[in-house]
Design a protein around this ligand. Sequence first.
Ligand code: SF4
Length: 341
Amino acid sequence: MFVGGEPLLEKHALFQTVGYAHRRARAEDKTVDVAVYTNGTLMNERIIEWANETGVSLVVSLDGPPLVHDRKRIYLNGRPSSRIILKNIHLLMERSAQPVKRVRAVACDRGSMVPLHRYFLDLGFNEIHVQPVYDEDGISDSMSGQEMVDLLAWYRDRLLEGTVLGVMPFEGFLERLVHRRRAVTSWYPCTAGRSALGIGPDGRIYPCHHFLEEGRFQLGHVQQGLPGIEARRPFFRRVDQREPCRSCWARHACGGECYHRAATAGVGYTGVLPEVAGTASPSSASPWRSSPTSPPPALTCCAGWRPRISRPRPPTNGPSPLRTWGPTSHEPERARGRRRA
Ligand code: SF4
């Protein structure tokens, strides 16, 4: 996975590295999967052709429609970037041979989850992952429990109408159910430190790419070889070895708090943000039911869908730009036409 900065700025190094990885893999009778996370500004015809030939997955970082995206994602000279990105995304949808079209977003606005997903689906993406913005003050309140319940209901409707679509984090549960056939058990929030490592451009190694350039989490350097399991062990911990996760009803669905989010928010590498931990209740009318008798309760704790409002936010003028979009009336027809399973 090539992520951070903009990998396509060094496309020749990228081409060579991916070619080398494929050659080595072939020589050892293995396969290698490569994903390139890109802001889309340099994703031209040649890049898409190269991705088709090499089987590389291009993952686009897009925060939403221009009104949203251009608030943060601008060129050095202040020029908004959405116009060129949208042009390149249309090119990707036309030319890409990859069946999975992936988008990643950071959500800042309350009430934006369903409109954002609808927007990305309309652009042609069929694997969508939106995460809340976080920093030293904690996680933004952009993904409240009720919003996640609404998103799950929207996702359920898309699946029931035949849309082939992956929405994180729900897709992970479905995958585990399909592949393991019975259990959704998670012991860890992710593979950081266990089977994943992040390697910076200077060769330093970290538990995952989120930690790049955070010196206190450095695990080693490529010139010294990859760190063995004992060096990596302090960087992952099972959910039942974390407090208060070990007594949380959702621990095996959740796997525990993201290590980088916990460390960034100041509760320690294996900590859990204390304001909300352990307050979720399992008794609920599930949004998966076709006709719930009572409205589903707000989930108040889970990695990725917890509300935390630790920092006063500046008042916004008027409603979020996302709220101004209505539902797209053609959505079911498009889904029937293009995404039947
Ligand atoms: S929902 Fe919260 S308390 Fe429960 S396992 Fe996940 S992070 Fe830990």
